[in-house]
Design a binder for this molecule. Structure first.
Ligand code: FAD
Length: 317
């Protein structure tokens, strides 16, 4: 079912969903299942599965290092299919521009359609690990809005090189990313919001936000988006802090601000077990306030171990 229909059918009740990351090549999928299983009692209407782009690795060849390109966490569509089958839940593959040609994207979308996947998240992706700026792949999409257009074309039976008149067209519901504290590359909050409007005008059906730790940022973002004529659901993305290093990493990677109360609470922790507890409590407070404000769905970033997400969900749902 489409995300927008899940929201409609909930009749104003706030839903719970979460995102998972495919295992590193060679790791068992069972670990993923073991982390998903405890969260199923909270009835997620869907689970998102991220996609990682390719990266360079250096292979030791008798003392000389050979630079190779590889994808460390492949398998997004296969994982979506296996989770959908195992847990009888909708799954949402993330489709990214970086590292994929438009033709490869088309094949991935066709696979998704055959697998009965109704939703996709359309994202640009980041720069490669050892590159500073994002460079579009030759023959690939440059921005998420271009990708949304490609998916919408497919929904109309327009493939890259041919128009198909058959009755078996895809009908993907499309999610895109939004940034309550603006995307790190955007010159201003308003210019980033205009880019978000462009994605919605191209056919995006809903928005999932980047993580934020101060709900005020989300509420202001939603208001500004409405003022700009963005009328699709804006789903808040919540990440509980889990280790002390997040104090440096999260602002650095995502260009976001951490509230001083949270910084001080984490700094006063003696170890990461205590930090994890602070992260859970902060996310519970955020979630309570967002739920009381009537958000349609709370979406959690679960980076591997799900016990902190379970503790939050238990307090909220
Ligand atoms: P875009 O919407 O294309 O925007 C990128 C930047 O370009 C912004 O600064 C925007 O303001 C600007 N811009 C947009 N259009 C134009 C234009 N026409 N001209 C000039 N500037 C423009 N990354 C992954 O690799 N895999 C994932 O699975 C993944 N999942 C994510 C899920 C969520 C909910 C979120 C919030 C992010 C996710 N990301 C993922 C990260 C995302 O790929 C990065 O944040 C990326 O840097 C931007 O992606 P985007 O889709 O927002 O890009």
């Amino acid at each position: 079912m489409k995300v927008t229909d899940h929201i409609k059918n909930a009749n104003g009740k706030t839903l719970f969903s979460f995102e998972i990351v495919p295992p590193v090549k060679g790791k068992k999928i069972q670990d993923l299942y073991d982390n998903i299983a405890p969260l199923m009692e909270f009835n997620p209407p869907f689970i998102d599965v991220t996609t990682s782009r390719e990266e360079y690795i250096y292979v030791d060849k008798e003392g000389l290092y050979d630079k190779k390109i590889t994808r460390m966490r492949p398998g997004t569509v296969g994982i979506c299919a296996s989770i959908k089958h195992k847990f009888d839940v909708d799954t949402i593959p993330h489709v990214i521009c970086g590292g994929f040609t438009k033709a490869e994207t088309e094949y991935m979308l066709i696979d998704c359609h055959y697998l009965g996947i109704d939703n996709v998240m359309a994202l640009r992706g980041d720069a490669m690990k050892d590159e500073k700026y994002f460079k579009p792949t030759d023959g690939g999409n440059a921005y998420a809005s271009d990708l949304v257009s490609q998916i919408q074309n497919l929904n109309k039976g327009k493939y890259l090189h041919e128009d198909v008149q058959g009755e078996d067209k895809s009908d993907f519901c499309i999610g895109v990313a939004g940034y309550p504290e603006k995307h790190l590359e955007a010159p201003s909050f308003m210019s980033d919001l205009k880019r978000l409007k462009q994605k919605v005008d191209a056919g995006a059906d809903y928005v999932v936000t980047q993580m934020f730790f101060d709900n005020k940022k989300y509420f202001e973002f939603v208001e500004a988006a409405k003022d700009m004529g963005i009328n699709v659901p804006i789903i808040p993305g919540i990440k509980p802090i889990a280790v002390k290093r997040h104090l440096q990493l999260l602002p650095q990677i995502f260009s976001l601000d951490l509230p001083q109360d949270l910084v001080e609470a984490v700094e006063s922790c003696k170890n990461n077990t205590e930090v994890r507890q602070v992260g859970i409590e902060w996310a519970i407070q955020q979630s309570k306030e967002l739920k009381d404000a009537g958000v349609p769905l709370l979406h959690y970033y679960s980076m591997g171990k799900s016990n902190n997400i379970k503790a939050i969900a238990k307090a909220i749902f």
